[in-house]
Design a protein around this ligand. Structure first.
Ligand code: AMP
Ligand code: MG
Length: 420
C-alpha cells in the first residue's frame, strides 16, 4: 500500500494541463482557469480621483493660520473632465470625480462651510489627502492575474477594472463517470430487498460540477466484467478522465480492476488511508490505439491527442469515495485544468477529544470546529456513515500509528478548502 503523499505525487506527476483554450466573455468566466496572463493596458484608477465629497484645493493657498475663505471656481461631478484649478480658488468635487490639475488635496465637505459662491475651509489638509492617485491599484503593463488562476468573483472584477471584456481560458475538463453495484437504486424508485440508494451519484456529480467539469454520467453499470469493459471503452473516447465508483476491491463482484487491466493499464492501486483504501489509478486505451476507427465524432474534438484516457476508480463506501475524491481526484482534475495551486491550505487546531487507538493507516477523521475554536470528532467514523460528512467542517489528517490526546494540535483541512 502506498502512503498518501506518495500516491498524490504519482497522480499529480501524470496530470499535465489539457491543451485547448477558448476566449469567453468575462461575465461568463466564473470558476474557469486562465490560460494566459492578464496584463493591464492602463493605470487603475486611470486618473487622480477624489475619495470624498468636498472641495479640491491647493495646499499652497492655505498657508495662513485659521479658516480660509475661497471662491468656488468650478463644480466637478464623477465622470466629467475638470478644468485646471485656478490658483486661490476651490473646486466643488464629488466621490470618484477627477481631481483637477493643480489641486493637491481634497477637504471633505464636513470640514467646510459653503456660503453662496464661496467656501470656508475649516481644516488644513496634508498634500494628497483624500486623493486616490492614478495607478494606486494597478500600473499599466503589470500582470494582474497570472495564467493558472481559477477565476473567483473578485478576479473577474479585477479583470473588468482594466477593461477586459473577454478572457482566454482553458476548455473544461471532460469527465465520464459511472457507478457499479447491482444493489444500487435511484431515488424515486422503490427499494427492493437488499438494495440501497445510489447516494454517491449525487455526491460525486456535485463535486465534479463544483470543479467546473463537463460531466458525462453513464449511470449504474451492472456488476459484470463485459458491461464494465464496454462502458470503459465508450467512455475513453471523448473524455480526459474516467471516474468510477465501487467495484474496485478484490471481491468476485469487483470487476473494475480487471476491466481496466484488459482495456488499458493500472498504475497504482490501494493507498494506506482510512477511509478509502482501494483507489485505483491508470488509463484506458482509445479506439485508434485499439486499431479501430474512432466511432465518436466528438473524439476528434478533444484537443489532447493522447492515446489514452486517464482512469481513477474510487471505492464504493460513501465516505471513502467522498474523501478520496477530495484528497486525490480534486487536485488531479485541477492540475488537468491548468490550475497552478492545487493543494488545500490546512489549519493547526486543538483536538478537544481523545482518540486512544492509533491506526496503521493515515486517517482522515470527520470533525467540526466548536465554539471554543477546538475540534470535536464525529462519534461514528465508519466509512459507510455519510452523516459525518454533513455534520463535519472538514477532515483531520492524522498520520499513521498516531493516537490523539485532548489538547494536542492536529492538522485540519476545512471542507471550505476542499469543496471550492
Ligand atoms: P464496493 O466498493 O463496490 O465494494 O462497495 C463498498 C460499499 O459501498 C458497499 O456497501 C456498497 O453497497 C456501497 N456502495 C457502492 N456504491 C455505492 C453508491 N453509488 N452509493 C452508495 N453506496 C454505494
Ligand atoms: Mg460493489
Amino acid at each position: 500500500m502506498l502512503a498518501t503523499a506518495e500516491a498524490l505525487a504519482t497522480l499529480l506527476s501524470a496530470a499535465s494541463p489539457i491543451a485547448g483554450t477558448e476566449s469567453i466573455p468575462t461575465l461568463e468566466a466564473l470558476n474557469r482557469v486562465l490560460a494566459a496572463d492578464v496584463t493591464s493596458p492602463l493605470d487603475v484608477p486611470p486618473m487622480n480621483t477624489s475619495s470624498m465629497d468636498g472641495y479640491a484645493i491647493r495646499t499652497a493657498d492655505l498657508t495662513v493660520q485659521g479658516n480660509v475663505r475661497l471662491p468656488v471656481s468650478q463644480r466637478i461631478p464623477a465622470g466629467h473632465a475638470p478644468e485646471p484649478l485656478k490658483p486661490g480658488t476651490a473646486a466643488r468635487i464629488f466621490t470618484g470625480a477627477t481631481v483637477p490639475p493643480g489641486a493637491d488635496a481634497i477637504v471633505m465637505q464636513e470640514q467646510t462651510e459653503a456660503a453662496g459662491a464661496e467656501v470656508t475651509i475649516l481644516h488644513s489638509p496634508q498634500a494628497g489627502e483624500w486623493i486616490t492617485a492614478q495607478g494606486a491599484d494597478i500600473r499599466s503593463g503589470s500582470v494582474i492575474l497570472p495564467a493558472g488562476t481559477r477565476l473567483t468573483p473578485q478576479a473577474l472584477g479585477l479583470a473588468a477594472s482594466v477593461g477586459c471584456a473577454e478572457l482566454v481560458v482553458r476548455r473544461r475538463v471532460k469527465v465520464a463517470v459511472f457507478f457499479t453495484g447491482d444493489e444500487l437504486t435511484m431515488p424515486g424508485e422503490p427499494l427492493k430487498p437488499g438494495a440501497i440508494y445510489n447516494s454517491n451519484r449525487f455526491t460525486l456529480r456535485g463535486l465534479l460540477e463544483k470543479l467546473g467539469c463537463e460531466v458525462t454520467d453513464y449511470g449504474i453499470v451492472v456488476d459484470k466484467l463485459d458491461a464494465t469493459r464496454a462502458t470503459l471503452r465508450e467512455a475513453a473516447e471523448a473524455h480526459d478522465l474516467i471516474l468510477t465508483c465501487g467495484g474496485v476491491s478484490v471481491g468476485e463482484e469487483d470487476h473494475v480492476k480487471p476491466a481496466v487491466e484488459a482495456e488499458g493499464r493500472l498504475a497504482m492501486w490501494q493507498i494506506a488511508m482510512k477511509p478509502g483504501k482501494p483507489l485505483a489509478f491508470g488509463a484506458v486505451r482509445r479506439a485508434a490505439q485499439r486499431g479501430e476507427a474512432a466511432e465518436s465524432a466528438s473524439a476528434s474534438a478533444l484537443a489532447s491527442d493522447s492515446a489514452e484516457t486517464f482512469f481513477i476508480g474510487l471505492p464504493g463506501n460513501p465516505v471513502s469515495s467522498f474523501a478520496t475524491f477530495l484528497l486525490f481526484v480534486r487536485p488531479f482534475i485541477l492540475s488537468l485544468a491548468g490550475v497552478q495551486t492545487v493543494a488545500p491550505r490546512a489549519l493547526s487546531l486543538r483536538a478537544d477529544f481523545t482518540q486512544s487507538k492509533a491506526d496503521r493507516r493515515n486517517e482522515f477523521l470527520r470533525a467540526r470546529i466548536n465554539p471554543a475554536g477546538g475540534l470535536d470528532l464525529f462519534p461514528n467514523q465508519s466509512s459507510a456513515v455519510l452523516t459525518s460528512t454533513v455534520w463535519g467542517d472538514g477532515l483531520i489528517d492524522n498520520p499513521p500509528n498516531h493516537a490523539i490526546s485532548a489538547g494536542e494540535t492536529v492538522r485540519f483541512i476545512p471542507f471550505s478548502e476542499l469543496l471550492n
